[in-house]
Design a protein around this ligand. Structure first.
Ligand code: GDP
Ligand code: MG
Length: 168
């Protein structure tokens, strides 16, 4: 069967849950411990599509990243990105537009999926759907609320990206 390969990136502020989302999706587990190292990590996930395999090469900036320095190389060749904010941290929301701009500067047609993560933390939630819609404005009509902890909507996020990448 044919194999299609796509590079995708996780983008978003420090500590919003990028690494946890990848871990949940790729390894189907969640790790409470907070690992902070420097550099880039890549994982592969094979999706069975109708008549081919889609190999996602998922790039992650490890904690301590300086995106302003590493940005261009990190994004080069990416077909799409999941851009993540933390629903308990309003300061992570305006960064969505910044990362979208960075991705689009490297690849004009990159598929962007916007995510509000940590939806399981209902009591601490400080970002409403309305906030998100305002922040996204013209960037996107929709977003997904996920939890790397419970797994809620994690597969859906990556599948939406796959579907959008393989449209038409
Ligand atoms: P990154 O810097 O964006 O890669 O964020 P991490 O994946 O390292 O997560 C930062 C912290 O948030 C860690 O302590 C995670 O355990 C925690 N975390 C990540 N996602 C979730 C989630 O969906 N729910 C909860 N409750 N905690 C999360
Ligand atoms: Mg990380």
């Amino acid at each position: 069967m044919k194999i299609v390969q796509k590079k995708i990136c996780l983008l978003g502020d420090f500590s919003v849950g990028k690494t946890s989302l990848i871990r949940r999706y790729v390894e189907e587990r969640f790790d409470e411990s907070y690992l902070s190292t420097i550099g880039v990590h890549m994982s592969r996930k094979r999706l069975e599509r109708a008549d081919h395999f889609l190999d996602f090469f998922i790039w992650d900036l490890i904690g301590g990243e300086d995106f302003t320095k590493i940005g261009q190389n990190y994004l080069l060749g990416a077909a799409g990105a999941l851009i993540v904010c933390d629903l308990t941290r309003p300061d992570s929301v305006p960064k969505l537009a910044y990362y979208a701009e960075q991705m689009r500067a490297v690849n004009e047609t990159a598929v962007l999926i916007f995510i509000g993560n940590k939806v399981d933390l209902t009591i601490d939630r400080a970002v409403t759907d309305h906030h998100l819609r305002l922040a996204l404005a013209t960037l996107a009509d929709s977003f997904l609320l996920t939890s790397a902890k419970t797994g809620e909507n994690v597969n859906e996020a990556f599948t939406q990206l796959a579907d959008a990448l393989e449209e038409d």
